[in-house]
Design a protein around this ligand. Structure first.
Ligand SMILES: [Fe+2]
Length: 238
């Protein structure tokens, strides 16, 4: 992993998105070493409590205590996230929870993490993210709140959703619905997609700008830990 990251760092422009993914996904000492001169003051810590509550496997990644302060660059993060249809299955007043795992929810564990920023590259603290999705069989719980929940970004604009990979249902590619709302601002409704899904190309709603980055899983042990995705939302803030 070290070699891969160092190669990436050496051969590509170090965009803000890459910095964030690095900070979110590598062990703290390595991240600090790699990011040293560019991100003074960053403190990272390992999280050991991402274990699922329903028998899923233990946590998959380091969790930063403090995230890097972003700087506007040539990265495209300063373009507002695309709005998409809400669909027919949104239920208001979901419970506040960062993990949608609970007894009865089965499937491949998925952690999606990232940030909420304004278009002028400022992290948005206290932004609401309300997620809802289909279960492993492609069905929504329209009577209750299974696989529905909202959370708020921390002071660095960071969120982390623990859930399962949603199942497919007819007519759509794999996706997670979300509403993202900065304090005292209108909500952005959109959807989050998975890379390399066969149905992406045939889904009329799908947009490649809304595809999460999924971390490569190199071996069987890592794959058993589930999937780890990254996505940063960018909001127009008045
Ligand atoms: Fe849907």
């Amino acid at each position: 992993m070290e070699c891969m990251i160092l190669d990436t760092m050496a051969n590509t422009t170090l965009t803000r998105r890459r910095l964030h993914h690095l900070a979110l996904s590598v062990p703290a000492p390595l991240a600090l070493t790699l990011l040293g001169g560019r991100m003074a003051g960053v403190t990272l810590a390992q999280s050991a409590d991402a274990t699922a509550t329903s028998g899923a496997t233990p946590g998959v990644a380091a969790t930063p205590v403090l995230a890097p302060t972003p700087a506007c660059s040539d990265d495209d993060d300063d373009e507002a996230t695309l709005e998409q249809t809400e669909g027919p299955y949104f239920t208001p007043n979901s419970p506040e929870r960062a993990s949608l795992l609970e007894p009865g929810v089965e499937g491949t564990k998925l952690v999606v993490t990232g940030y909420v920023y304004s278009t002028d590259c400022q992290p948005i603290e206290g932004a609401l993210l309300d997620f809802w999705q289909a279960d492993n069989d492609g069905e929504y719980d329209n009577a209750g709140y299974t696989l529905r929940g909202h959370q708020f970004t921390d002071k660095d604009g960071r969120y982390e959703l623990t859930t399962i990979v949603p199942g497919l249902y007819p007519g759509r590619t794999r996706h997670i619905h979300v509403k993202v709302q900065a304090p005292n601002q209108p909500a952005l409704t959109t959807q989050l997609y998975f890379p390399d899904e066969p149905s992406n190309d045939s889904d009329g709603i799908f947009d490649p700008s809304l595809v999460m980055d999924l971390q490569e899983r190199d071996d069987e042990a890592e794959r058993e830990e589930g999937a780890l995705g990254f996505f940063t939302y960018v909001l127009e803030v008045a």
